[in-house]
Design a protein around this ligand. Structure first.
Ligand SMILES: Cc1cc2nc3c(=O)[nH]c(=O)nc-3n(C[C@H](O)[C@H](O)[C@H](O)COP(=O)(O)O)c2cc1C
Length: 221
């Protein structure tokens, strides 16, 4: 698969088949993804893999947490700036509306939307996942390095025929996730990455998101 084909093939998958993924494949992808660049070669990523038995145990913990506290824990960072301005605000709104239209969950169905969002807390049914942490001392440049690593991994997973969804939604469960994986206190959770085989029959996976026209974000000086 060419890099261009992998870039085109990768989309955020939000429904997975109950088919297992070999831990060896995940480990191989992550090892190769570490060729991603990082400023000063700091390689500020710390990755924890859940698969098979550990995923089953984690799901049981999450079922309990969601029953006790469906709103989640206090996040350690804000996913979006407060008062998101345009064009970002409209883009965020558009992707949400496109997704709920495919799911047949109307704008007035607040409960339906809330319930759907809880699929995030179950990795959308993915059999495997990665949690991405970084050291708390790191700042915006190193957080951007995490993105380099994650996109490189997502492209390599696409090359393996595996689907993914990066999930900042896990910022609502920092204590549960850190405690479960045994991350040391100096590490802070950035996001999760659901991994598995896409359920191609699921309407939500038909979502193809828009991108701004090139002239809106490229300035040739
Ligand atoms: C770092 C990161 C975190 C994300 N978090 C979530 C999430 O919590 N839940 C979700 O459904 N999608 C999440 N997404 C997926 C984005 O919504 C998606 O990338 C965007 O709408 C573009 O669609 P595409 O990935 O299909 O091209 C995340 C993406 C990134 C890069």
């Amino acid at each position: 698969m060419s890099v261009s084909a992998a870039v085109a093939a990768r989309t955020s998958t939000r429904a997975f088949l109950p088919l297992p993924v070999e831990t060896a494949i995940i480990a191989s992808v992550l090892e190769r993804a570490a060729r991603a660049p990082s400023g000063g070669n700091l390689q500020p990523w710390h990755l924890y893999v859940l698969n098979g038995e550990s995923m089953a145990r984690f799901r049981a913990v999450m079922d309990q947490r969601l029953a006790e506290n469906p709103a989640g824990e206090t996040p350690e960072y804000a996913v979006y700036p407060p008062d998101l301005k345009d064009p970002y605000r409209s883009r965020r709104y558009a992707v949400g509306e496109a997704m709920y239209a495919l799911l047949g969950i109307g704008r007035d169905n607040k409960m339906g939307r809330l319930q759907w969002l809880q699929n995030n807390d179950r990795f959308f049914g993915a059999p495997a996942a990665v949690f991405c942490f970084t050291d708390r001392i790191m700042g915006p440049p190193q957080w951007s390095d995490l993105g380099m690593m994650l996109q490189t991994a997502m492209l390599l997973f696409a090359e393996q025929g595996l689907a993914t969804c990066a999930q900042e939604a896990w910022c609502r469960w920092p204590r549960t996730v850190s405690g479960f994986v045994g991350a040391p206190a100096e590490l802070m959770l950035f996001c999760g990455l659901a991994i598995g085989h896409a359920d191609t029959a699921a309407p939500v996976n038909r979502l193809r998101t828009e991108r701004a026209a090139a002239h809106e974000f490229i300035t040739v000086v």
